[in-house]
Write a protein that binds this ligand. Sequence first.
Ligand code: PMV
Length: 320
Amino acid sequence: MSKIVRAHTNIALIKYWGKANAELRLPLMSSLSMTLDAFYTDTTIEKTNDDPAFYLNGKKQDSKQSQRVFSYLAKLQNKFGFHDNLIVKSVNHVPTSAGLASSSSAFAALAAAFCQCYNIQVDKKELSRLARSGSGSACRSIFGGFSVWQKGDSDESSYAYALDEHPQMDLHLLAVELNTKQKKISSTSGMKEAQSSPFFNPWLERNESELKQMITAIKNNDFTALGELAELNANEMHAINLTAQPEFTYFEPDTIRAIKLVEDLRKEGIECYYTIDAGPNIKVLCRLRNSKEIVERFKSVFNNVNIVIANFGPGITYLD
Ligand code: PMV
């Protein structure tokens, strides 16, 4: 019996938004993220003499739904020289709605469960590389706390490392679920389109210095510097989407209303910042002591809003 592998999602504070090599999933920029305790995927993989099958949340997926998982596993089997049929069971504790990438926890868990199924001994750097080849952001979910994905320029040199697995910073994330519609533009096509923006290269040129500033903010336990920079970096990413040719955006009217609310709260002295990924929902970065008040304000402005509070999560975990 394989053990269950648990991987947590992560939220990028310095974003990955562009591929240098789509096949290998090498990024054009380095990125930095916070692993979240509230959202995770549990996965087991076992060999079978029957047909391969992928179960998600207890439901057998059809061939279209299973395609990305099995083509990823086939890639790993090729690499290590295995040919068995596999049964994959995943349970996603991540809202499937827009904006919270379950692919980071999903592919980190798949990579680790694959190694566990075949008893392949890999260190975390190697595991991060394997996860990267399934979904870029997954390479950061191998680690807890804060992790950095150094872009590298080859399969060997592109992987994440732990910056601080047990951060002391009072940093909490409120995942605000405004719009439960599925996202319209996948991150893969968004990243591709974004490169047509005249601001794409200037943004890329800023990556190294923004990453350095973020690492300094973390080392100095400086919540303000971290929040300001995370917000700027997210806005830069969404600005290049808006200036791509043709332009596109993940924002919905409620996204702008939520941004305004964060700005209002800040003006009132409640320090909080936002970050936004490839979907309409926002995530608010705040201190624990302000979280209750922020949640209440969101609930008073938005009907039926669902808010989950998250803190730092661990890296890959093997459950008994
Ligand atoms: O790894 P992907 O293909 O899910 O892309 C993730 C892209 C962002 O979430 C928007 C940014 C990031 O670095 O996680």
